[in-house]
Design a protein around this ligand. Structure first.
Ligand code: SF4
Ligand code: SF4
Length: 397
């Protein structure tokens, strides 16, 4: 595993971080398949991953719980040794486990209506994670509306206080808005790190490459989320892209092209992959341990691939599920996926067949009642009701 330095206390984090937003589940999103997920995490840690990222509401169900979601609870149990200890720990104890793993979680800004709320949520997170400190603590999903809340309740002073008390070690934020706001946020505080969406398709999206360069120029480490665009860049590529990838003398999987693009850039400190199958962990870990940078010919190929995507006009859903649940029962990301496939391939038999198999009547876009509740929750600012209408027109009529 490769590591990159962070801060001035000698900490080094693995270039691959384990995102726990898409852990394997048994049925509903709050029923984490603990046995499978813990094996995946242990494998990752035994192979050098030392950073686990979670958030207050990851793996929440349709019901609203006053403690958020189940991801933090699972991670708390995991680092306490409930599922066993990785072989490479100096000692097989919860203390040793905690000391050797960096835990990141996030403050859900949208739930904050007072400074007391922030403290209440933070204390709940400590309990869920069975720890008395968080290594990396982020303001979750900073965008124009949430940034106003941060300023209104002076949440930065709140974070500074937590750091002073030794309850958090590094202060950061995860970001989903344009470069202009990103610059404003970066300039407003001496951040320890920041987290942006970035991959070879999204270089001009949200903070994008300009944001990466700006944060780096201020010596703020940048962590990457959605490195493979919610798994979109790791599946079977479009034929013209596959042909380009095959031109390279090195046989690289689509995942490797995506991850290499990021790791080859020294301005990227770490990337988070939301792994939901053991195969994802095996492949990502293998690539992270290798040192096979893209060569000059491959960098040219990558530019060609990016041009093709630029012309494709994708909707941009990353399957984060922040928009869910929908009051009318619509499975929003699944419907978007099929509209996107229609835009790319047309109503070919394969697309129609998969739609019929995966989209049952009760979750179809045609159920959308245009209530608009999902709109503000989508970090990608997708016009969801409009896309649901399109899904109905394409697949139901
Ligand atoms: S606008 Fe449509 S898709 Fe969005 S929450 Fe309302 S019913 Fe669901
Ligand atoms: S529509 Fe937006 S909020 Fe919903 S899954 Fe896609 S990107 Fe996430």
């Amino acid at each position: 595993m490769h590591y990159r330095k962070i801060g001035n206390k000698g900490d080094e984090i693995s270039i691959l971080g384990f995102g726990s937003m898409r852990l394997p589940i048994k049925g509903s999103n709050f029923e984490i398949d603990e046995e499978k997920a813990s094996k995946m995490l242990i494998y990752a840690i035994e192979n050098g991953v030392n950073y686990i990222d979670t958030a207050y509401f990851y793996h929440s169900g349709d019901e609203k719980y006053d403690f958020g979601g189940f991801s933090e609870i699972f991670i708390g149990n995991f680092i306490s040794g409930k599922y066993g200890f990785p072989e490479n720990l100096p000692e097989k104890t919860p203390e040793s486990f905690r000391e050797n793993i960096f835990i990141a979680t996030k403050l859900p800004i949208y739930l904050i209506e007072s400074k007391d709320d922030a403290l209440k949520i933070f204390n709940t997170q400590l309990k869920k994670l069975k720890t008395d400190y968080i290594d990396f603590y982020l303001l979750h999903d900073v965008k124009r509306s949430s940034w106003k809340t941060v300023l209104d309740y002076d949440l930065i002073s709140f974070l500074k206080e937590l750091k002073k008390e030794g309850k958090i070690n590094y202060i950061g934020f995860s970001f989903h808005d344009d470069f202009e706001l990103f610059k404003e946020v970066i300039d407003s505080f001496d951040w320890d790190f920041c987290q942006i969406q970035y991959n070879y398709v999204d270089t001009k999206y949200q903070a994008g490459e300009a944001g990466l360069n700006y944060a780096h120029s201020k010596e703020i480490p940048v962590f990457i989320m959605e490195p493979l665009k919610g798994g979109r860049l790791s599946g079977e590529p479009f034929p013209e892209i596959r042909d380009l990838m095959e031109k390279s003398e090195n046989k690289r999987s689509p995942t490797e092209w995506g991850l290499r693009f990021l790791w080859d850039n020294p301005k990227v400190t770490m990337l988070l992959s939301g792994m939901s199958e053991p195969e994802h962990v095996f492949e990502n870990v293998k690539i992270a341990k290798e040192d096979k940078k893209l060569n000059l010919e491959e960098i040219k190929i990558m530019k060609e691939i990016q041009k093709i995507y630029d012309n494709k006009n994708m909707i941009g859903c990353t399957d984060c599920k922040y928009c869910m649940p929908c009051a009318a029962g619509v499975d929003i990301p699944k419907n978007i996926k099929f509209v996107e496939e229609f835009d790319l391939y047309g109503l070919v038999a394969g697309v129609l067949w998969s739609y019929k198999r995966e989209i049952k009547k009760n979750i179809a876009g045609s159920n959308c009642i245009d209530c608009g509740h999902c709109l503000d929750k989508c970090p990608q600012e997708i016009d969801i009701p409009y896309i649901m209408k399109r899904s109905e027109e394409i697949f139901e009529s």
